[in-house]
Design a protein around this ligand. Sequence first.
Ligand code: MSP
Length: 501
Amino acid sequence: MVRAMRVFYVTTPIYYPNAEPHIGHAYTTVMADVIARWMKLEGFEVFFLTGTDEHGLKLQRAAEEKGLRPKEFVDLMSGKFKEAWVKLNIEYSRFIRTTDADHEELVKRVMKELWDKGLIYKGSYSGWYCTSCERFYDEGEYVEEGGKRLCPVHLKELEWFEEETYFLKFSQFTDYVLKVLKENDVVTPKEYAREVVSKLESQGLKDLSITRPKSRVSWGVEAPWDPNHTIYVWIDALLNYLTGVKYYEDRGFFRKFWGSAHHIVGKDILWFHTAIWFSLLKMIGVEPPKKVIVHGFILTRGRKMSKSTGNVITVDDLLKEFNADVVRYYLMRIATLDKDAEFSLDNMKEAYNSELADTLGNLVRRLSVLAIKKLGGEVPRSGVDTEVKEAAEKSLNDARAEMKNFRFSVATVKIFDLFRFLNAYMNRTEPWRKEKPTYELYNSIEALRFGTSMLWPFMPKTAERIAKVFSFNIAGFSDLKFGSTEKFVVTEAPILFRKKS
Ligand code: MSP
């Protein structure tokens, strides 16, 4: 019997391209790419979606400030996100833009369906709005300072809007969302779900204003039932996850991937990705995603890195100092989902010197130089050293277990434990003192092959360079099998990481 290929669908939030991508955005995208690559090595067929969220007031204003038409501006800026992801070796399956024709079409069709189902009604809305968040804040949610109302995320003054709008009947779905949150264990780490549950239990879901008068927000998808309104940017944006897997275009494709949907999101947008998103899906008869993976913020000097806060380090800034793999590694090294992560260049340099240059770089260099010097660059199979085999298998099992729970930082430690072990093994067995250290070198390189495959999702180019030096391939985890390599043909390794002072 042919076993059906296991599938995995992973998404990042789609980013507002109002400014250049910074490390906070890179954090989520690298995380998704690492998961996507890891799942490929686990044997899954992966679909990885990322992109840009291009409509709404925030983008309309950013374009105005630059004196450009909105479409010209988002073309330019979404290009910058694409470029950053190329530079960081992000291997997405599709880069979606909410201005893509198939997405705009999908938004119209879904909204029309909701209208036809009688779930939308006309009313008026007044409230305090944060354009950076693209959402209203109620009393009790905003910060009051010196008689001003400030956004709790950006600490910027809120604006008062009072206007005609259409509402979507979310209030009927409180119990449904609570049920999904409680029974499906959908939010990871669990603690984040508590916040949503308690808000739902105390206040319930309210009907949400889902259109804006075109006179104020012209840059958006037109409401199919009223040409004077555009669709609220968050509703437009969430639906990208359906467009990405061809919800209308190809039902077979959609069905294949949807059941495995994993959304990676920052903690600031969890409400939208649970309460609002699950209800919206329910309204059109689609099951909720399998998992919402939530992470904290990247902080600089204790504050969330963001354009509005003014403490941004862009992806380009960082790539001037470190190569893409180093950036990827360090972001995952500090990635703990349940806590915010302070980003510091000093700590990054320290991890670079001790973990990348001294541990990994040194190991690779030593093994290659010794294999050439002592064995003429050919390391044939020899007996298996069970101690090395066990260390390699333990590192693999540990890293797999951690990655199952999306514990990126701990997974990198488990992988580097193997590299540390191998350096210690070399120091102990001193292969340079032996005439033909085939046994020590074969076992060490075999273990390095394990480590390199595990490293590939985090540092793809580095892993590929190492694999080339020792003539092995990056292998799926179930194909690794310690002792299965017949012979390594070794060439001199380049210096992978030059130490920084
Ligand atoms: N456009 C919406 C998402 C729509 S998804 C249907 C949005 N865009 S955003 O550009 O403001 O943020 C996108 C993601 O980047 C969010 O998950 C947010 O948490 C994340 N980050 C932005 N700054 C961040 C940090 N400083 N640290 C970590 N992640 C951060 O929200």
